[in-house]
Design a binder for this molecule. Structure first.
Ligand code: F6R
Length: 242
């Protein structure tokens, strides 16, 4: 782990994380950003949109990679992660669709989709910064408990726990059972990882992340072996025992 930063709350986290990404973006000639969805990074994307606007940033050098997607949910389904990226990143940042590597959740052939995604990912030459949130059961992307350190882009079966936790976001249509995700090995290959943890519902999970040895039982623990991992946590996610 390179850096461990405790911030006051989710708002400050968004500012600090957005500054961090913005400064890395400014320094690079081409910037490949791996984007998680979920509630944690929403505000980060919003603050970044403001920064890009205010500085008239040259976003032609930005390319984003979608971390994961529900199988069966395409871009047109408002519950999909692709729709989230469209809403919180593509539109507000003013990116072209060609600047995003999307998972096609609506594909008919998941194995073929994994091959397509993998081949584009390997031609990109490496993600500069991967934004991650922490799943309550330790998942990162949709690498659920049981995922190996060597795991690559693939189709996965979602746990009941994850489906239960995400049920509000999934309301209004057929509930997916599977997902497509970058693997742990793909995530660990990225140059820099920014893990964001916010909210008191994450206390137990964050405690496990800190205390447990790297293992498939709590996949986020594998991140601790990455040389350029930055962990940002807000005070509400820290348990009283610390
Ligand atoms: C989303 C993703 C998930 C979330 C995790 C935390 O693309 O890959 O691993 O990052 O479930 O979600 P939130 O931020 O909603 O608590």
């Amino acid at each position: 782990m390179k850096q461990f930063q405790i911030v006051q709350d989710k708002e400050i986290m968004a500012e600090v994380a957005a500054n961090y990404i913005f400064s890395a973006f400014q320094k690079s000639q081409k910037f490949i950003l791996g984007v998680a969805t979920g509630s944690t990074p929403k505000k980060v994307y919003e603050v970044l949109a403001k920064k890009f606007r205010e500085t008239s940033a040259d976003l032609s050098k930005m390319f984003c990679v979608q971390l994961d997607e529900y199988l069966g949910l395409g871009l047109k389904d408002s519950r999909s992660f692709a729709a989230y990226i469209q809403k919180y990143i593509v539109k507000p940042w003013g990116l072209k669709k060609s600047q995003i590597l999307f998972w096609d959740g609506d594909c008919q052939n998941p194995a073929g989709e994994v091959d397509r995604f993998n081949s584009i990912l390997s031609h990109l030459g490496g993600i500069d910064c991967q934004i991650l949130g922490l799943g309550l059961n330790g998942h990162i992307g949709f690498n659920e408990p049981g995922s190996l350190k060597e795991s690559r882009c693939r189709e996965v079966v979602l746990t009941q726990e994850t489906l239960q936790n995400n049920k509000e976001d999934l309301a209004g249509g057929k509930i997916p059972t599977d997902a497509l995700t970058m693997g742990i090995a793909d995530i660990l290959k990225t140059k820099n990882i920014l893990l964001l943890v916010s909210g008191n519902h994450k206390q137990k999970s964050f405690e496990r992340f800190l205390k447990e040895e790297p293992s498939p039982q709590f996949p986020a623990t594998f991140l601790k072996g990455h040389a350029d991992l930055v962990v940002m946590v807000d005070k509400s996610a820290l348990s009283d025992s610390r």
